[in-house]
Design a protein around this ligand. Sequence first.
Ligand code: PAF
Length: 300
Amino acid sequence: MKTITTVAEIRAALLEPKRAGQTIGLVPTMGAFHEGHLSLMRRARAQCDVVVVSLFVNPSQFNDPADLAAYPREAERDASLAGAIGVDHLFAPAVEEVYPPGFATTVAVAGLTETLEGRHRGRAHFDGVSTVVTKLFNMVGPDVAYFGQKDAQQALVIRRLVRDLDLPVRIEVCPTIREPDGLALSSRNARLSPDDRARAAALHRALDAVQQAVTAGERDPAPARLAALAALRAAQIEPEYFELVSTHTLAPVERIDGEVLAVVAAHLGATRLIDNQLIHPSPIPDREVATLMTAAPTAA
Ligand code: PAF
């Protein structure tokens, strides 16, 4: 596997494969790889002729400079993990390569970005994600790009920008990978104290509590949400938000008649975690969940 740091080099490396009609898969990441990232890479490896993993800690999507400074950077370990999976190119540009002096353009997706993470982290977060992902797509020119369902709102925003800007790339949203106790894998988990790590499993229990209520026949989101809040409270977690929202518009739902998305964000100590789960009146296996997550969103 080669590590490439410039746009010119990654384009040159992909020129021949593209001419030969080979499919290019891109896994955009900010590094500090865990099993969640590796599962995206494996899926790309299984589906595409050439696999590119981008590793770029994107400053423009961090609302808190301390969070950016503390973000784990493990370039050598990341390179060996990606290499072991058979990734062809690790594209790791410097900040100046992505944002050269005078950089002045922002890609902003309206509607889907104003709620949940956008409300709590600020609109600039999704502007930063949308801008860098658009740039990565233009730099690499992938046929398929892989994202995790754990960042469900991000996935919906990217699907929307791809549709709105007619970008010729298919977006695959892959299932969240979890620890045995249900905690969603995240690069931030390493920052949890042992006590907070133990409490963090309550996020998944809260999401499960919604599914259990719905499976038992509850169709009103308010009591289902209360069951989730009780599971969080039992672990002394006061969420930043816990909502049941439409999988297409992210607006709160008034009834749970079909598939909805339960979303949660909470601070455990200094670490902010997010998670989500698709909730359905009749539970469906993960593979189908991932398929539903890739369905084109309708108007926000
Ligand atoms: O999900 C992430 O790691 C980042 O938001 C992404 C998509 C790589 C953009 O910086």
